[in-house]
Design a protein around this ligand. Structure first.
Ligand SMILES: Cc1cc2nc3c(=O)[nH]c(=O)nc-3n(C[C@H](O)[C@H](O)[C@H](O)COP(=O)(O)OP(=O)(O)OC[C@H]3O[C@@H](n4cnc5c(N)ncnc54)[C@H](O)[C@@H]3O)c2cc1C
Length: 363
């Protein structure tokens, strides 16, 4: 025994999960009271301290290997696109936060819904791996309040950091979160069988629904997907295709640069309707109307689904409905160079709602 005393300090969360409890000492299950009453009205997130100049308790042995010696990078270069997209240094995390606060935070509340706008922070991988702490993000954004002059945007951004906290909070209090439905009535949910082909189409971004396909291809090529599109592709998998949320969780886990046990599993349970404070099951995102609303001109779609680059905005959201001459002028042949829809949106919505009724019967 080395007889060394060890103490742990919170470095990755704003609030320790075990310190935030309801009056009856049980954990919160609903976000707003957790965040407003349990967290905000109790203790303000502490200000981050400056990084120590020297850490004298750890000495690096001369026999230590460098990171490069460990050969952690893939030998088959599937990650080249990701390298050009992400600078993984701590300095890059600080710069990203500064740029976000100075240029993008002001329009965050509205802009964060549009996958083609630059209004989200893209801090998630840095927060996950610890190149930046949530306290730094919190205080730098709050300190800029006077400059950005948009209280609503600031509040929304801080509450998104709050959702990250809530995910960790749920994982701490309900450690079965990645594996089991938090609402057990969903254990009776009748998932579809023989779904290999649909799952593959979803993973490869070949469902025939441009917004779903763009998101899935953004994920695979860059390791990131915009939050609104995550919600749309998640809803499509679980509700339209009736594929278990675990399959989505696993694929995101394999592909995301910000893959995070707490946020990923809490978000998939949220999408599937089986989590704490989850989206109601009957809220089924329509990938066509979401696309028309949040990527009206189809810029995001064109970037990730180049087969549709020449489709006019009016038809790009549901290309199989376009007149033959429009498709031909845009060099799109449905079923040949771009797939037709894997499933009918209206029928699959009805099927999902019927399936949901079965979870109520067994409640
Ligand atoms: C199905 C699904 C799976 C997800 N899986 C992950 C995951 O594995 N890792 C992950 O970090 N986020 C996950 N999210 C949450 C969210 O999509 C990402 O955190 C966000 O898109 C990251 O982009 P950003 O940094 O630009 O976010 P911003 O909008 O700039 O938000 C700032 C920070 O707040 C936190 N945050 C924002 N939204 C959420 C949220 N809904 N839940 C938890 N934290 C949030 C993130 O740390 C984010 O970096 C998932 C969402 C869905 C719908």
């Amino acid at each position: 025994m080395a007889d060394i005393e060890v103490q742990s300090f919170n470095g990755s969360l704003l609030w320790e999960p075990w310190q935030v409890l309801k009056k009856d000492q049980t954990p919160y299950k609903v976000f707003t009271p957790y965040y407003r009453r349990g967290c905000l009205s109790n203790v303000a997130p502490r200000r981050p301290l400056a990084a120590p100049v020297v850490i004298d308790s750890v000495s690096v042995s001369k026999d230590s290997l460098s990171l490069n010696n460990l050969n952690l990078l893939p030998t088959i270069k599937w990650d080249t696109q990701m390298h050009s997209r992400w600078d993984i240094s701590e300095e890059a995390a600080q710069d990203r936060l500064d740029d976000f606060v100075m240029a993008e935070l002001e329009g965050y509340r509205e802009g964060r819904n549009f996958p083609d706008k630059a209004n989200v922070s893209r801090l998630s991988p840095y927060l996950h791996f610890g190149q930046i702490s949530p306290n730094t993000a919190w205080h730098r954004a709050a300190d800029a309040a006077a400059i950005i002059n948009n209280e609503d945007s600031l509040d929304t951004f801080l509450s998104e950091l709050g959702w990250r906290e809530f995910s960790y909070y749920l994982l701490y209090h309900f450690p079965q979160l990645p594996a089991k439905n938090l609402q057990s009535r969903f254990d009776a949910f009748p998932w579809a069988s023989n779904t290999d082909q649909d799952l593959k189409a979803w993973q490869q971004g070949k469902t025939g629904y441009p917004l779903v396909d763009a998101g899935m291809r953004e994920l695979y090529s860059t390791g990131y997907m915009h939050n609104r599109v995550r919600m749309v592709v998640g809803s499509f998998l679980v509700k339209n295709l009736l594929i278990h949320w675990h399959r989505g969780e696993e694929w995101f886990w394999d592909c995301l640069v910000d893959a995070d046990l707490a946020s990923n599993s809490a978000s998939w349970q949220w999408i599937a309707g089986c989590g704490a404070d989850a989206a109601p099951f009957f809220r089924i995102f329509n990938p066509i109307t979401q696309s028309e609303k949040f990527d009206k001109q189809g810029e995001y779609l064109r970037r990730y689904v180049p087969e549709l680059a020449d489709m006019p905005a009016k038809y790009i959201h549901a290309p199989w409905l376009a007149p033959a001459e429009i498709l031909s002028a845009a060099n799109v042949e449905i079923g040949v160079n771009y797939p037709g829809p894997v499933i009918d949106i209206k029928e699959s919505r009805e099927r999902a709602l019927d399936a949901f009724k079965l979870t109520k019967i067994t409640e």
